[in-house]
Ligand binder design. Structure first.
Ligand code: 4TP
Ligand code: AKG
Length: 462
């Protein structure tokens, strides 16, 4: 807590009514952020008693007011003497927002400290007088953001020097096209092997068919609830690459192993489990991931590619997807998603400060086991259709009431969850049921809240 904060008196103001005995002081955005930052990792604080004279439970805050200018002596007779009176700045988002737990599949929950930091810096980034939203992508300041983001990523994933890192637009779906456009020409046959274990790898394989021959290495699965035994895969040694999606967001199928390709270049869509666990990048030719699950907000897609695979692009490849062009321009061939890269930088810093990918993995195991354990011990009340060997730590799909889901109970489950502030639990529209997404920013406490609710709901309806 800074010295100026200690001298502040903070009071609750409900529904824009200011207590009549005192005038309210407008909090500057920086002050609001300081209060937030002070309290964000302290769930044990239910009031702001640590700041003298304040005695109001946080939950009641609709906005907060400060009755004396921080750092100046209090004027008890005329507390408004030090006040600024702009009403436009007086109201800040209610703290009630923070009782919401977002289990959405993406865009998904971001760490609270990242949001606060972004808010703090939104209007005036680093004292420059402008926002990152307004910053030239060719400015020295953005260049710092870009290189900091890249070096954090390199450090977190221990990316070898012979790999390029790019920050592109177009999302995961953009890469469904960019991967074949750049890599299918690696070998003369222009063919690629695809392991299709869910919606996203299916879409990627379909897109690749436009640019070359696609071999799905196993018979089509009748349901996306398992990974076919690797010994049954019909891999083609002449393939330019082998492609798989390491976590299928819709179906909740995740690989707990790296596919063996016998020397053929391995490509992975890690959009929904990126940085949720350590990865040996050297085993891959290319990894891509949209940021909006574990590492930031929508708008930026990270592509990590081994240098020797660059430069085999098909003629019809749009220039913005050409890895050679983007890598040699350091992702600045055209305007990159400046703000999304900045947010990713903040999230990477947060991951770094919280123990890196190994620590994320520990937490992700803990959170997902908590939910899977309830499902397994519910005597069929909750059902997860996915094989135990490939159940996702990121997206836990389940039905309520019976195997194929009891529609009325599932509706009730969602309503009850929503009453407890839990959102985003509805399964993907293509599969129905429930799905709890437990990305990096979802805390153990968030998962515990869901676990408690699931137990209560089970007791009530079994
Ligand atoms: N959103 C998908 C997923 O859930 O895994 C997939 O990565 C496609 O990504 P885009 O929506 O960014 O195209
Ligand atoms: O819900 C998901 O699995 C991701 C959402 C998505 O990207 C989509 O449905 O297009």
């Amino acid at each position: 807590m800074s010295a100026s904060m200690v001298r502040a008196t903070v009071r609750a103001v409900s529904k824009r009514r200011i207590l009549p005995t005192r005038a309210a002081l407008t909090l500057t955005p920086a002050a609001v952020n300081q209060v937030r930052m002070l309290l964000q990792d302290k769930p044990e604080y239910t009031s702001i008693d640590s700041i003298p004279f304040a005695r109001y439970p946080l939950r009641k805050w609709n906005c907060i007011a400060i009755t004396n200018t921080p750092g100046k002596p209090r004027n008890k007779r005329n507390p408004s003497s030090n006040l600024t009176k702009s009403t436009s700045e007086r109201h800040i988002p209610t703290m009630e927002q923070k009782t919401i737990i977002n289990f959405g599949a993406g865009p998904a929950k971001l760490p609270q400290s990242v949001l606060c930091q972004a808010q703090k810096e939104l209007v005036n980034y680093g004292g420059l007088g402008i926002s990152v939203l307004e910053m030239s992508h060719r400015s020295a300041d953005f260049s710092k953001i870009l290189s900091k983001t890249e070096s954090l990523l390199r450090e977190l994933l221990n990316i070898p020097d012979n790999y390029k890192v790019m920050f592109l637009q177009g999302g995961g779906s953009g890469q469904f096209s960019a991967v074949p456009l750049n890599l299918i020409g690696l070998k003369e046959d222009k063919c690629a092997d695809y392991i299709v274990t869910g919606t996203w790898s299916e879409k990627a394989a379909k897109e690749a068919e436009k640019y070359g021959k696609v071999n799905v290495v196993h018979p089509k699965l009748d349901s996306y609830t398992k990974i076919p035994e690797p010994c049954t895969w019909n891999l083609n040694p002449a393939a330019s690459y082998v492609y798989y999606c390491s976590n299928e967001t819709v179906h909740g199928v995740e690989y707990n192993f790296v596919p063996e390709t016998n020397g053929v270049v391995l490509v992975s869509d890690m959009s929904s489990n990126f940085l949720s666990r350590p990865v040996d990048v050297s085993k891959y030719g290319l990894i891509f991931a949209g940021a909006q699950k574990n590492v930031g907000c929508a708008g930026v897609t990270v592509v990590i590619v081994r240098e020797d695979l660059i430069g085999h692009t098909l003629n019809e490849c749009p220039v913005v997807f050409d890895y050679k062009v983007q890598a040699s321009n350091n992702s600045l061939y055209n305007t990159p998603p400046v703000f999304s890269i900045y947010i990713m930088g903040l999230v990477l810093e947060w991951i770094h400060n919280n123990g890196g990918t190994a620590a994320m993995e520990t937490l992700n195991k803990q959170k997902s086991s908590m939910i899977y354990d309830i499902i397994s011990s519910s005597s069929g009340f909750y059902v997860c259709p996915v094989d135990e060997a490939c159940r996702s730590r990121m997206n836990v799909p389940f039905r309520v009431g019976k195997k194929e889901g009891d529609e009325a109970l599932e509706k009730k489950f969602l309503e009850g969850a929503s009453q407890r502030g839990m959102i985003g639990l509805k399964g993907h529209r293509s599969v129905g049921g429930m799905r709890a997404s437990l990305y990096n920013a979802v805390t153990v406490e968030d998962a515990e809240a869901l676990a408690t609710y699931m137990k209560d709901f089970l007791k009530e309806h079994q």
